[in-house]
Design a protein around this ligand. Structure first.
Ligand code: NAD
Length: 334
């Protein structure tokens, strides 16, 4: 099926092009992000393929529908960036890649914990400069610490297992309990998790219920010096409250792979530009903050799986087969 691929990077091409050839789909790679200004580029394409920071708003969907688009293949798991009600209204169906490599994200979250704790990023620079002093690099044993996992789905379950392997006492919170996870940790209430954990890591989706789950109140309820990791979605966190928590010392370590306003920053090389986001630049000034630019998913395994499942979604739609990975508005008809 002819498909316009938005927000194309070299690595998208590398994995999507061979998968499309094998599946018999014709992809047109477009570099711009999908927006009301660029949606016309998809005119007469029956399908488009978009990524996490392509905001598929009602306005964008109306332009796509007017141009003849009937299908949006999201090459990501999260779908908070698409207005599903509007998609249903204009007759556009949507499918996603529900799981590509939960291990990729889980391993990145653990990597952030280790890097922040043992300060690998600082040690790397020091040793290259011939500075072999250890002052300022003091870490702690993960073994014996209490670690809290919020959201125990595919990714959170792996993080819980890995933390248990380190010898952490694992506390869990989810609105739906996962029996597999209960074998390696103990489900508790959120207030108990905040109060008891030395490390807190988020693995729940962004929904109206989880937006700003981490705010001034939840931070105040956490242990002083807590390590906080977010590899899920930026808007789970009130960034200003986190900055206040870092300034007061309540947050002792912060690892972010996602940021509330990342759409204007991440996935681009802005090294020659002046970053206008003062909240983001403030975050960069703290010595105990490690930020990666939404790269937790970024492994060969994950990109290959994303390409394969995206092609399966396009084929299922084209052939009128059941769309196993369809997402639609709550209450919307399939
Ligand atoms: P999943 O659907 O398997 O698990 C999500 C879990 O969160 C479920 O168990 C669900 O019950 C739980 N949940 C829902 N509402 C909750 C609430 N109010 N409080 C606590 N838990 C709640 O999803 P997953 O594959 O494990 O992915 C988790 C999140 O990771 C995704 O939503 C996405 O935002 C993020 N993600 C990030 C990257 C990255 O590169 N940084 C890549 C993939 C996914």
């Amino acid at each position: 099926m002819r498909t316009a691929v938005f927000s194309t990077k070299s690595y998208d091409r590398q994995f999507l092009a061979p998968a499309a050839q094998a599946a018999g789909h014709m992809l047109t790679f477009l570099e711009p992000r999908l927006s009301p200004q660029t949606a016309v580029l998809a005119r007469e394409f029956p399908a488009i393929c978009s990524f996490v920071n392509d905001y598929v708003t009602a306005e964008v969907l109306e332009i796509l529908a007017a141009g003849g688009t009937k299908f949006v293949a999201l090459r990501c798991a999260g779908f908070n960036q698409i207005d599903l009600e509007a998609a249903g209204r204009v007759g556009i169906r949507v499918a996603r890649v529900p799981a590509y490599s939960p291990h990729a994200v889980a391993e990145h979250a653990i990597g952030m914990m280790l890097a922040l704790n043992r300060k690998f990023h600082k040690a790397f620079n020091r040793v290259r400069e011939g500075n072999f002093a250890l002052e300022g690099l003091l870490g702690f044993d993960m073994h014996g610490k209490t670690a809290g996992v919020v959201g125990t789905g595919k990714i959170g379950a792996i993080v819980a297992q890995l933390l248990a392997c380190f010898g952490c006492d694992v506390l869990l919170y989810d609105v739906v309990q996962n029996a597999e996870c209960a074998a390696v940790g103990r489900y508790v209430t959120l207030p108990e998790l905040w109060a008891r954990c030395d490390i807190v890591t988020l693995h729940c989706p962004l929904t109206p219920a989880t937006e700003h789950l981490i705010d001034a109140r939840s931070i105040a309820a956490m242990k002083p010096g807590v390590m906080f990791i977010n590899t899920s979605r930026g808007a789970l966190v009130d960034t200003q409250a986190v900055i206040d928590g870092l300034k007061s010392g309540r947050i002792g370590y912060l690892g972010l792979d996602v940021y509330e306003e990342e759409a204007d920053l991440f996935f681009e090389n802005l090294s020659e530009r002046v970053i206008q986001d003062d909240v983001f630049t403030r975050l960069l000034t703290f010595p105990n903050v490690l930020i990666t630019a939404h790269q937790a998913f970024f492994t060969q395994t994950a990109l290959a799986q994303i390409a394969t499942v995206t092609m399966q979604n396009l084929t299922a739609f084209e052939q009128g087969n059941e769309l196993a990975n369809e997402v639609r508005a709550v209450g919307g008809k399939k």
